[in-house]
Ligand binder design. Structure first.
Ligand SMILES: C[S@@+](CC[C@H](N)C(=O)[O-])C[C@H]1O[C@@H](n2cnc3c(N)ncnc32)[C@H](O)[C@@H]1O
Length: 395
């Protein structure tokens, strides 16, 4: 994540805590009474929670995590209407979604001016859009309490945010937008009916301005990621272009084997609040993991890929005996790329330090093997886009 985005996220932490504390106080016993000898709220730190607060929020995070990632019994349920779960979402998942979204917005070919955030919850993607330069942003969700929180955050941050109650059976908000985001929403819709999800995505794309993008972000779980890839394939088969992350224009090769899937991973500076809550809830958020798709509106062509033999790295480093290996996915498909330690040279040394999401150009000799391409000491490896950066235009 960029240093700007890191700084912006840090600025959100006291706002999240202030809004959470105000809601909680209003719920429990009306306006808080000052304690004897203690001016109200004065000794409450604004950037971290007290041990009791951490305990309380961690209980909600555990319920959310279990319900949205393990058993998934909360997916599709109205959990945002439960104050404890909404509070846990606000303090723990909000910063994660914000950071994920900033890293995806930075990959777009153009900065959005207008943005619609569908399934916004309390608005992490909407605010990420505002911080990334959008001036008109609408957050839409079916949960009134989540939208109320988004409005409270907007007041806290002196940002102009419009909110709309929306669910897929209702009309989309008026107007067209440079960017529409759907953050961790699709997997909660239509009880897994992928045809209906693809139809919704197509309808949403009608509201994207020419040259704009629809950003769909999903949890990096195997099932939710594969479901997103299937929606991708349905749209690609209808002629829609993927702006990111795909360089391959055919049916997604990660769907061939049921055990495969494709997800992104980004590095970030975890806020201290996230760190303390993750520890208390027994979760890990050292890096940001998500699956995503950036789609172009109907009739727009795929971008020309950068020249040469290019691949996006779509796995972590798969170290083997005396060699380094990754899965790469490029215009020619998804293949294994390997380099033996004994073939390390000045031109290919970068291969040993690649990160998931980076786009590389492989030059020189690469021997085709059964399981992919074997780089040689004559091969060259150049990183042409870091994870989260737009691709360079072909020269
Ligand atoms: C996991 S939260 C994601 C919130 C935010 N976009 C993010 O990425 O952090 C999913 C959101 O989708 C909303 N949602 C789920 N089903 C919905 C539906 N049928 N109509 C509208 N919103 C829905 C929920 O209310 C919730 O706010």
């Amino acid at each position: 994540m960029s240093s700007d985005a890191t700084r912006d996220l840090e600025a959100w932490i006291p706002r999240l805590i202030a809004v959470w504390r105000a809601r909680r106080a209003a719920r429990s016993k009306g306006p808080r009474q000052p304690q004897r000898g203690r001016p109200p709220f004065q000794d409450e730190p604004t950037t971290r929670l007290s041990p009791n607060e951490v305990k309380e929020v961690a209980a909600g995070i555990k319920r959310l995590s279990h319900g949205l990632t393990r058993e998934r019994e909360l997916a599709g349920a109205k959990y945002m209407d439960d104050p404890a779960l909404l509070g846990a979402y606000l303090l723990f998942y909000w910063p994660v979604s914000y950071a994920q979204s900033r890293s995806l917005l930075s990959e777009l070919p153009a900065r959005p001016r207008s943005l619609l955030d569908l399934g916004s919850g309390p608005g992490p993607l909407a605010f990420a859009g505002l911080d990334a330069g959008a001036s008109e942003t609408v957050a839409a969700d079916r949960s009134k309490p989540a939208l109320e929180l988004a409005r409270a955050l907007a007041i806290e941050a002196s940002e102009a945010l419009a909110t709309r109650e929306w669910s897929p059976e209702r009309a989309l908000p008026d107007g067209t937008f440079d960017v529409i985001t759907m953050g961790h929403l699709l997997n909660e819709l239509y009880a897994g009916d992928l045809g209906k999800r693809a139809a919704l995505v197509e309808k949403v794309l009608e509201k994207v301005k020419p040259g704009g993008s629809l950003v769909v972000m999903e949890p990096a779980l195997r099932d939710t990621s594969r479901a997103l890839l299937q929606v991708r394939d349905a749209l690609v088969a209808k002629g829609y272009a993927v702006r990111a992350p795909c360089l391959f224009r055919g049916a997604c090769p990660a769907l061939v084997k049921p055990s495969d899937w494709c997800h992104a991973e980004r590095q970030w500076r975890m806020p201290a609040l996230t760190e303390s809550l993750a520890r208390a809830a027994g979760l890990h958020k050292e890096s940001l993991k998500m699956s995503y798709l950036v789609l172009a509106p109907k009739g727009e062509a795929w971008a020309e890929p950068p020249s040469g033999r290019v691949f996006r790295i779509v796995s972590e480093a798969l170290e083997g005996k005396g060699r380094q290996r990754y899965m790469g996915c490029g215009p020619e498909g998804r293949i294994g790329l390997a380099l033996q330690e004994k073939h390390r040279s000045e031109g290919n040394a970068k291969f040993f330090f690649l990160q998931r999401g980076e786009v590389i150009r492989v030059g020189g000799v690469a021997e085709e093997k059964g399981d992919g391409a074997g780089l040689t000491d004559q091969s060259t490896v150049d990183v042409i886009a870091r994870a989260g950066q737009p691709l360079p235009k072909p020269s």
